[in-house]
Design a protein around this ligand. Structure first.
Ligand SMILES: [Zn+2]
Length: 68
């Protein structure tokens, strides 16, 4: 019985540390570039390069309808 409790504790410890180790990786992924679809032509572009107009993403100024 005691052995089972120790084993259960070890499993919980293992799972706990597994998720602790996973967290920084998930955080890193959120900071990475997210591909967003251009509302006009459907081209996928990095959210850092995308032009946001009226809450929509566009691949270029041309698609966004912004005068250059
Ligand atoms: Zn476009």
């Amino acid at each position: 019985m005691l052995f089972k409790l120790l084993l259960l504790g070890l499993v919980i410890w293992g799972v706990y540390h597994f998720f602790i180790k996973q967290k920084p990786i998930e955080h890193k992924d959120k900071e990475a570039d997210v591909m967003v679809e251009c509302d006009k032509c459907g081209t996928y572009v990095s959210n850092k390069e995308a032009i946001i107009k009226d809450g929509k993403y566009y691949c270029s100024k041309k698609c966004a309808g912004v005068e250059q």
